[in-house]
Ligand binder design. Structure first.
Ligand code: GLU
Length: 525
């Protein structure tokens, strides 16, 4: 079964599985298709985190394909002449400065070599995407909506306008058949020459030129930065929640540690007994808030800062934190509203191998810049660094040379008594963690089916008050009860776009579902 954020990527993944490919092969082919059909969310110009479960070895692997800052990056790079952070949108997220060295191609190359079935060559896995890029596909309502919403930023870049705007200079609408011959050629060049052409050859030249000569906030990337980029294999972070075993992504993502800490704190309360009441949701929110504070304090690139992972995910620490009052201070930069820009892929194959792959170019359409002649968007991932003032240079998530910005991506597997239970992940910037937390708790504590768990209104707490989706306010007595307990509750736009697979042992079925908030699709065979 495969679940992705776009039906065409799901179809591709299932076709690969049906023809003898495994979960790794299917995820790779799906990513290239997503680059074509969901260009706002992910692609070869971005980065991601790949969690893989090898069923034969019964082993978990996690790969960090996070973008890296160029060598010339420095702590104050996002401060203006007066030492104030650039406003988050559009100044900080657009143009050359926030572009990190892309990791996706090297990530998938490594995943292929370590876990691919060998039934398909790495090159062949580009074919479905090349076909869609050449023949065209119909722009979906969601992509069209975001093209319109981001029009002002995208307009700054001639190449972006050339590909995504019509002759009248307006973004294409839903239903328009979009062809992307440049992107097809990029994929073909890689098929022919291997990933080196991207990291050292002519595509690297084009990327560096686009970043350095950006018409808006020119960036700092050099060819050496691309050449020196390396994927990191990281230790999977794991823990237990009410008897379920959780496996997730560790630093530089804050996803796994924050999810586990929140679950550990929540486990101290009998949530199933409280049920979906004000009391229940109070502890549900508070656990997220406490964990999020620690995320902001401790998490960053483990190659540059000591991250106390063992402590953060321990039961003992959860008990200590639970005793302490929440000390939430001012919101940090990422409390800006973040829309579901990223993409998540969940796959299980016939042998039981599993992939949970969250992939991103950061903001909607990343930096807004398509690399001239190459057809893909460059990320703006470096905005996930804290835009620190000089006094905070030592923050674990301060920008720095060759450093990876902290992420919130949370690709996760859950097992129950040694058997797979859930594959899950979501976009949503720093709201990802809360989105995943909501669905897990809905299933485990509130006994919901996957579909119910996805449909339920989400409520997250990033340390500065509860943010709840609109439908949550229909339960006014719960909202009131939360406010009486001292929680500030505010309405927010949609949280996340989860793609998940649930192994429902009660009904002996595998259920896949895309989030009703998006256009995702599940398909099994
Ligand atoms: N850049 C974000 C992260 O790595 C993901 C962006 C999003 O999902 O909107 O956490």
């Amino acid at each position: 079964m495969a679940v992705t954020a776009h039906p065409l990527a799901t179809e591709t993944a299932v076709a690969i599985l049906e023809n003898g490919g495994n979960a790794a092969d299917a995820a790779i082919a799906a990513q290239w298709v997503l680059n074509v059909v969901e260009p706002q969310s992910s692609g070869i110009g971005g980065g991601g985190f790949f969690l893989f479960y090898d069923a034969r070895q019964k082993k978990f692997f996690s790969y960090d394909g996070r973008e890296k800052a160029p060598e010339k990056a420095f702590a104050e790079m996002f401060l203006d002449a007066n030492g104030r952070p650039y406003p988050h949108d559009p100044s900080r997220i657009t143009g050359g400065l926030p572009v990190g060295v892309p990791g996706i191609l090297q990530l998938l190359d490594l995943v292929y070599r370590k876990h691919g079935s060998g039934k398909f060559s790495f090159e062949l896995l580009f074919d479905p995407a090349i076909r869609l890029a050449e023949e065209g596909f119909e722009i979906s309502p969601r992509t069209a909506h975001y093209l319109k919403k981001e029009e002002a930023r995208l307009r700054l870049f001639g190449e972006t306008r050339r590909i995504f705007f019509d002759e009248r200079g307006k973004p294409f609408r839903a239903g328009h058949t979009l062809k992307q011959p440049d992107l097809a050629r990029t994929f073909q060049l890689i098929q022919k020459n291997g990933p080196e052409i991207f990291y050292e050859g002519e595509i690297a030249d084009s990327i560096v030129e686009a970043v350095k000569n950006a018409p808006f906030h020119p960036g700092l990337m050099e060819k050496e930065d691309l050449k020196n980029y390396r994927i990191a294999e990281r230790a999977v972070v794991s823990g237990r929640y009410r008897g379920y075993d959780i496996f997730s992504m560790g630093p530089p993502s804050s996803g796994g540690t924050t999810l586990l800490e929140a679950l550990n704190i929540l486990e101290l309360y009998p949530l199933a007994e409280y049920g979906q009441t004000a009391r229940g949701y109070y502890f549900f929110s508070r656990a997220q808030a406490l964990a999020f504070e620690d995320r902001n304090r401790y998490l960053g690139d483990p190659d540059f800062a000591q991250i106390p992972v063992g402590k953060i995910i321990s039961k003992e620490f959860a008990r200590q934190r639970n005793e302490m009052a929440s000390g939430a201070k001012r919101p940090r930069n990422d409390s800006a509203v973040e829309s579901p820009n990223t993409s998540h892929i969940s796959i299980v194959d016939e042998e039981g191998n599993m992939a949970a792959f969250t992939t991103t170019i950061e903001a909607m359409f990343g930096s807004g810049m398509v690399v001239p002649g190459r057809g893909f968007f460059l990320n703006n991932e470096l905005t996930d660094f804290e835009a620190v003032s000089s006094s905070e240079k030592n923050h674990p998530n301060a920008p720095g040379p060759a450093k990876r910005p902290r992420s919130s991506m949370t690709p996760t597997f859950i097992f129950q008594e040694g058997r797979p239970f859930l594959i899950i992940g979501s976009p949503g910037g720093s709201r990802i963690i809360g989105a995943v937390f909501n669905v897990i708790v809905n299933i485990i504590d509130f006994g919901m089916t996957l579909e119910e768990a996805l449909a339920a209104p989400r409520l997250i707490h990033r340390g500065t008050g509860i943010e709840a989706e609109e439908e949550f306010f229909q339960q006014s007595e719960i909202v009131l009860g939360l406010e009486q307990r001292g929680m500030k509750v505010s309405k927010t736009d949609r949280i996340g776009n989860i793609q998940a697979i649930h192994f429902d042992s009660r009904q002996a079925v595998i259920v896949g579902a895309g989030d009703p908030r998006g256009e995702g699709k599940a398909k099994g065979y």
